[in-house]
Design a protein around this ligand. Sequence first.
Ligand SMILES: [Fe+2]
Length: 188
Amino acid sequence: MGPGHDGNVIAELTKDHREVDALFTRIEAQPVGDKRRRELADELTVELVRHSVAEEQYLYPAVREHVADADSLADKEIEDHSQVERLLKDLEGREADDARFDALVAEVKAAVTAHVRDEEDRLFPLLAASCSPQTLEDLGEQVRKAKKTAPTRPHPSAPDTPPANKILAPGAGLVDRLRDHLTGRAAH
Ligand SMILES: [Fe+2]
């Protein structure tokens, strides 16, 4: 799985949503306080930031262009992303046995679940009704390309692989480093 799927932009992003759902389930399946929760939270962060940046670069501009009166909807989705990122930044420095760790994961899950439902129930149908099939295919290809510039997430079957927060140069937190990397912003 990972960054590459196929199909149009809606199929592509919907598959990302299901992968994120599965990561929440895997986190919850680990014993409370287990370091695997921390490692899976890093994977979740990589997936969510990669997905959010791809949506911000291609999906929301397309919504503004093709869907009538959709600016406020696009603005709301971007604000949802900001809220999730603030939670992920709070989460990134905490170990699995931190008193706030599980509560923050639950807050991220609630915010992401509401955002996903909103996109799948409202935004995607509006986009599908407003764009040609070819436009949706082209957007799917752009989103796939955008996600491929992200660092590979740690592989669950390779326990020696460093967690995602070791993949990129140290400095700012994982969320900021990922976002800088994905948007091509220079690191300071
Ligand atoms: Fe999404």
